[in-house]
Design a protein around this ligand. Structure first.
Ligand SMILES: *Cc1c(COP(=O)(O)O)cnc(C)c1O
Length: 380
């Protein structure tokens, strides 16, 4: 059965990387099996959670772990847990006034479209600093923002560029202030895998909770996310999240996601990440070699990639003397997406596009190479 053919939906090649809008990543056969097996029987969800979370905590070298149904909702649930912790009572028992009086500190440089998970908590967002290099945030700015109502500090972990503007305190400075005041730091590290070490490094450096997407490079179920961190704080997460009633009940995590992410994390920590990076480098070298004599196509190696991950990717650039010159990337993107099979990627400036081996298989890279050659011939 081909479910997508039945639905009349095109299957595409994803050359862009772990972009959620095209399904992020692909699960391994073992992970798919784990989900199917989990779906076939009833279990007590709390028991499944406690066993799976314990094992994930151990293999990721954390005190505790919790599976959510995405990093975005992981941010919301950890935020709600921090508010419950501040008032030292279950989140569901808080009055709207108590929630509204709670405060979450965020750098202005860290505002981003995923912070709705924090905005929607109903707490007050206390912004600090400005997103620039002339007047960067100081430790005093953070100190002055802390009050007896501070529930957490939200920190966006990503190399500067992309979503992140300059101007924020470093993570270590943030944690040292937070520690002095006994305030939890919640880290959005959704796309910060690889490197696999981030599964433990961020908590080792002092995060109370760091939140990863399960549907990106972890190759778990699309609708899964992973929170790892300190056991005390994750106790509050556990009390707030599904299957508890209250806000957590809106973010139901199925036993399929729990089993699937458990299997995926096991595979991820056992993966030979060096071999994978070397495979990627070989493909990039081969593309560079193939087009080295071309008057139209040039291939550039980009490291780290645009998410700051230590995996090389390529930008394929097209030179043309035709009127197309200014819109060459939209022309090529269209030739990619209209061809058979359709190839999804994103523009890199006016004359290029990204080809990221991360989400590709050998046979797909071969198809992409042939498509580039066809476009090269058209433009020559
Ligand atoms: C992808 C992403 C998220 C959301 O992750 P989901 O697992 O899709 O909910 C949040 N923050 C950042 C920075 C991301 O890149």
């Amino acid at each position: 059965m081909d479910i997508y053919a039945e639905l009349g939906v095109r299957k595409i090649i994803n050359a862009a990387g772990t972009y959620t809008m095209v399904g992020g990543s692909r699960m391994s056969e073992r992970t798919l099996e784990a989900m199917a097996e989990a779906a076939r029987s009833h279990v007590v969800i709390k028991e499944l959670q406690s066993k799976a979370h314990r094992q994930i905590a151990e293999i990721t070298r954390n005190e505790a772990a919790f599976i959510t149904n995405g990093a975005a909702c992981g941010l919301h649930i950890t935020g709600a847990a921090a508010i419950a912790r501040l008032h030292n009572r279950p989140h569901a028992s808080l009055s709207p006034e108590q929630i509204a009086a709670s405060e979450i500190i965020i750098h202005r440089a860290h505002r981003n479209p995923y912070d709705w998970g924090i905005k929607l908590l109903g707490a007050k967002l206390v912004e600090i600093g400005f997103p620039n290099t002339i007047l960067p945030t100081t430790v005093t700015d953070l100190e002055l923002a802390i009050t007896e109502n501070t529930a957490a500090i939200y920190y966006f972990m990503m190399p500067r560029g992309g979503w992140i503007a300059p101007g924020a305190l470093s993570f270590d400075e943030t944690v040292s202030v937070a520690d002095r005041h006994g305030i939890p730091v919640i880290v959005d590290a959704a796309a910060q895998l690889p490197p696999v070490e981030n599964l433990w490094r961020i908590t080792e450096r002092g995060a109370s909770a760091s939140v990863f997407s399960g549907g990106k490079d972890l190759k778990g179920p699309q609708a899964s996310g992973l929170v790892v961190g300190k056991s005390k704080f994750l106790g509050w997460v556990e009390a707030t999240a599904f299957p508890a009633y209250g806000v957590g009940r809106m973010f139901k995590v199925g036993r399929e996601e729990i089993a699937g992410l458990w299997a995926a994390v096991n595979e991820y920590v056992a993966t030979d990440h060096e071999a994978r990076a070397a495979w990627s480098e070989r493909w990039i070298a081969s593309f560079r070699q193939k087009f080295s004599e071309s008057n139209v196509v040039s291939v550039e190696r980009v490291f780290p990639n645009e998410a700051g991950q230590p995996m090389a990717q390529m930008i394929v650039r097209f030179k043309t003397s035709k009127a197309l010159a200014e819109t060459i990337s939209s022309y090529v993107l269209k030739r990619f997406s209209d061809g058979e099979p359709p190839i999804f990627t994103i523009a890199a400036g006016e004359d290029g596009m990204f080809v990221n081996p991360m989400t590709l298989r050998d046979e797909e890279l071969e198809i992409i190479e042939r498509r580039i050659m066809a476009i090269e011939n058209e433009l020559a």
